[in-house]
Design a binder for this molecule. Structure first.
Ligand code: ATP
Length: 309
């Protein structure tokens, strides 16, 4: 599979402040690429660079094999962008899209507006003023705007921020449909669990550095640790004295979470808990690491026992 976006050794400074530090990222064609990171991590900076809105001085940023800083006009014809920005309140949806369509020289505007509004499910509301729409509907207008010239690649900055769970679900299923139609999508977000429902690929950025990137499926599969939920009568000190146990915590339900090296089987831990630690076990279960676990581990610069840069 080709990469529609190839970022190599990208650094970006705002004055003396380094917002991006030697970033490398590939976005495969046809993927839904979740770009995750806490506030101020560098997500918007990266996405603005991709759209040609921000200058970069170090590294290479290619979309469709063309360097963005030299070819942003050509690239933008094949790319749609949803910025994290307000739209004019007093314009109707139709007038707003006509205006941006005109500015971007889109041919057969009326037909294109009609198609994009249909794609985002807003055809019936096209004469409503943007100021009178719900947040979810406004996000849909933003996506319709990004779709206006039928781009191959969508760059979406926080498409599900500030939305209620129903609106978020609708936006995610819209993005899934667009991906099925063959569009590649990169979206930034804080809402890890929801991005996880649709993303095929993930990158996590923290303080301007990529701390994790890969196919969604592979990310949590190869973690060096396994976590178990246990309840009953358990002696913390004895459990922590087992040399393969790397963490012992209580969860919100007051059960114990025991993290072990990933070569330790369920049977081995259970036997050791009973025989070596004299535990009386009521409940014992292996817990899958979620993307959220990985996110928190990476952004706190530590994943139980391993340090990250
Ligand atoms: P959020 O999730 O809060 O939107 P983000 O991951 O999108 O954050 P960016 O907006 O890319 O983060 O900002 C990255 C860093 O660069 C932050 O520390 C921010 O304060 C800084 N920054 C962003 N824009 C500018 C600017 N124009 N001038 C100076 N610093 C900036």
């Amino acid at each position: 599979m080709e990469n529609v976006i190839k970022i190599q050794n990208l650094s970006k400074y705002y004055g003396k402040f380094q917002a991006l530090n030697n970033i490398n990222l590939n976005v495969p064609e046809g993927s839904i690429f979740g770009y995750l990171g806490p506030n101020g991590a560098g997500k918007t900076t990266t996405l603005k660079i991709l759209t040609g809105l921000l200058h970069y001085s170090q590294g290479s940023v290619k979309i469709f094999d063309q360097e963005v800083k030299n070819h942003s006009l050509t690239i933008n014809k094949r790319t749609g962008f949803l910025p994290d920005a307000e739209m004019p309140k007093y314009e109707t949806i139709f007038r707003f899209l006509s205006l941006t369509g005109k500015l971007n020289n889109i041919s057969q505007r009326k037909e294109r507006i009609s198609t994009s509004l249909h794609q985002v499910g807003l055809k019936k509301l096209q004469n409503r003023k943007i100021g009178n729409l719900s947040k979810g509907q406004k996000q849909r207008v933003g996506i319709a705007n990004a779709l206006l010239h039928d781009p191959q690649l969508l760059i979406l900055d926080e498409p599900n921020s500030g939305l209620d769970p129903i609106a978020r679900k609708n936006i995610l299923s819209l993005l899934k449909d667009l991906a099925k139609e063959g569009k590649s999508i990169i979206l930034s977000s804080h809402i890890i669990g929801e991005v996880d429902k649709i993303a095929t690929n993930i990158a996590i950025i923290h303080r301007g550095k990529i701390v994790e990137a890969g196919k969604r499926h592979d990310l949590t599969k190869y973690l060096a640790h396994r976590k178990f939920i246990v309840s009953g009568k358990i002696d913390q000190e004895k459990v922590l004295s087992l040399d393969y146990v790397t963490a012992y915590t209580h969860d919100l339900l007051d059960r114990v979470n025991i993290t072990v090296s990933n070569n330790i089987s369920e049977e081995k831990l259970l036997l050791d808990l009973i025989q070596k630690c004299d535990s009386k076990i009521k409940f014992f279960s292996l817990m899958e690491f979620s993307l959220e676990d990985l996110f928190f581990a990476k952004i706190t610069d530590k994943i139980e026992g391993e340090d990250y840069p």
